[in-house]
Design a protein around this ligand. Structure first.
Ligand code: ZN
Length: 162
């Protein structure tokens, strides 16, 4: 059996940036179980996993357009500081949940000045080449219910509200 649409694959993965720093990894934890063909993963990684078999190991570099997108300069916004009324000290690197036209978004503070705060609403991995090392551990057919929901269910069935 190989990975194709409607298969559930179990993988170990490590994600590094251009500099080789580990950003995310399943090593030492439960492996990742996902449903192929349902955009559970970034498109570039899903594409490379297509056709792979148990035991296969691959190293993939996913460019931004197949990852989390290019950095969008329009998602940088300068806001008046008094919009952050309830917060004593605003610092670079702080994250806030904001309601945007595209739904809820995490925004990061990238600059703080006397009267203004600049936030970045891009995904933290936007504009980056993503270096994935992946090992395929298991492949199985998805259940009807998983296909309907578009994601994998664990031992106890669907653990989410729909
Ligand atoms: Zn579900």
């Amino acid at each position: 059996m190989t990975i194709s649409a409607k298969k559930v694959a179990t993988i170990h993965y490590t994600l590094k940036n251009e500099q080789g720093e580990v950003l995310d990894s399943s090593e030492g934890q439960e492996p990742l179980v996902y449903l192929q063909g349902y955009q559970n993963l970034v498109p570039g990684l899903e594409k490379e996993l297509e056709g792979k078999a148990v035991g296969d190991k691959l190293s993939v570099v996913v460019p931004p357009e197949e990852g989390y997108g290019e950095t969008d300069p329009q998602l940088f916004q300068e806001l008046p500081k008094d919009m952050f009324g309830g917060i004593d000290q605003i610092e670079v690197g702080m994250e806030f949940h904001a309601e945007t036209a595209d739904g809820p978004q995490v925004v990061e503070v990238v600059e703080v000045e006397e009267d203004t705060v600049t936030i970045n609403g891009n995904h933290p991995l936007a504009g980056m080449d993503l270096h994935f090392d992946v090992e395929v551990l298991e492949i199985r057919d998805a259940t009807e219910e998983e296909l309907q929901h578009g994601h994998v269910h664990g031992e106890g069935g669907c653990g989410h509200e729909h």
